[in-house]
Each structure stands twice: as structure tokens, then as C-alpha cells.
Design a protein around this ligand. Sequence first.
Ligand SMILES: CC(C)(COP(=O)(O)OP(=O)(O)OC[C@H]1O[C@@H](n2cnc3c(N)ncnc32)[C@H](O)[C@@H]1OP(=O)(O)O)[C@@H](O)C(=O)NCCC(=O)NCCS
Length: 185
Amino acid sequence: MTDEPTRAPEARPVPGPGTEPGTGPGTAPDGRTLEVVLRPLVRADLDALVTMERDLFGAGAWSRASLAEELDGPGRWYVGAQDAAGDLVGYAGLWFDGEDAQVMTVGTRPDAQGRGVGRMLLDALLDHARDLGAGDVLLEVRVDNEPALRLYERAGFERFGRRKGYYQPENVDAWTMRRRVAPPA
Ligand SMILES: CC(C)(COP(=O)(O)OP(=O)(O)OC[C@H]1O[C@@H](n2cnc3c(N)ncnc32)[C@H](O)[C@@H]1OP(=O)(O)O)[C@@H](O)C(=O)NCCC(=O)NCCS
């Protein structure tokens, strides 16, 4: 596992519900839609992932090596959103430790944001975590990341703690958030 922090800190890609071609389109609240299909990420996606990482996370971007490690990591499941032209416009990853699942990252290419892609990716992670039998889905998110906070809160995540200086070297705190996915006993 990479020692970089999760963002919300990485699969052997395994096809699962909601990841088959034909899933989509993502629908934005204002009705603008982006036609995307979800599919497992593979090593051939690394070039596109590295570019999106740099654009979305700047100095905090995971390196190519970290991304490659994540795609192959134990318990990891990474999914991408592909547009009609066949380009990746978003990606997200989950880590299941046998009990709970952790959102490792979610990102939408800047020109595709606000059109439902992030929510679609997050919903795929939640569905997959539920299928794996996870109890909770956990994540960390920068306290100043309003778009991500809104995405997570709209998807039913609740804040339950704050980690001081979690993001370094920026020295920014993280909210820890969780959402129950296991069916009631
Ligand atoms: C966070 C992120 C993944 C959202 O992706 P997206 O494809 O734009 O999200 P969606 O279009 O599915 O929108 C989901 C919700 O987030 C809200 N949202 C999206 N962008 C927003 C913004 N700039 N400001 C406020 N809310 C925003 C949407 O309004 C929507 O909520 P709503 O249903 O109440 O309207 C995207 O902004 C991103 O890639 N950011 C940079 C990377 C990042 O910070 N990832 C999270 C790491 S923890």
C-alpha cells in the first residue's frame, strides 16, 4: 500500500455491479448530462490518471508509481468513468479490509465537473462495498474542500472526527466521514 494519505488515502480491478458498459449517463442537478460508462481501471489507464491527478490535486498528486501500486493493491477496487469519445473523465477507488471499506480517492476531470460524474463514481463504490459485505464506508476529506464535502454529504456521509494536520506539507486538517452500507441486522 502506498503511504500517501487517502483523500477521502487506492484494485485489482474486478468488474462489479454498476461497472458494466452501458451504465450511465450521469445526470447533473440542472439537467445537463454527460454520457459516461463506468469500467474497472487497468494499467493502460495510467497516463490518463497521472494527468488527471496533477490537474486535480497539484502538489498532493499521487505519483505514477503510487497509482500503479494502488491499481494492483490488495483489497483495492478502482473504477473509471469514460465518455463517448473513449476518454477517462473521472476515477474513484475503494479499499476493503474485510470489515469496513475506505474511499481512497474520487476525481472528475475539471471540464466534466458538476455533471453528475463524481456522484456516479461514489455510488459505484458504495454499491461495491455493500456487495463485499462492508459495514461502514469511511473516508477523509480536506476541511476546505467544499465540492467534495458536498458530494459526500449529499451521498449520506456524516462527519465523525477531525484529524489535525492530516494533509502534509500543506498542514490542513481532514474531516473523517462515514456512511453505513450494511443492511440493518
Ligand atoms: C469533488 C469532485 C470529485 C466532485 O465531482 P463532480 O463530478 O463535479 O460531482 P457531481 O457533479 O457528481 O456533483 C455531486 C455533488 O457535489 C456538488 N458539487 C460539485 N462541484 C461543486 C462545487 N464546485 N461546489 C459546490 N458543490 C459542488 C454538486 O452540486 C452535487 O451536489 P448537489 O446534488 O447537491 O448539487 C470534483 O470536484 C473533483 O474532482 N474535485 C477535485 C478532486 C477532489 O477534491 N476529490 C475529492 C478528494 S476527497
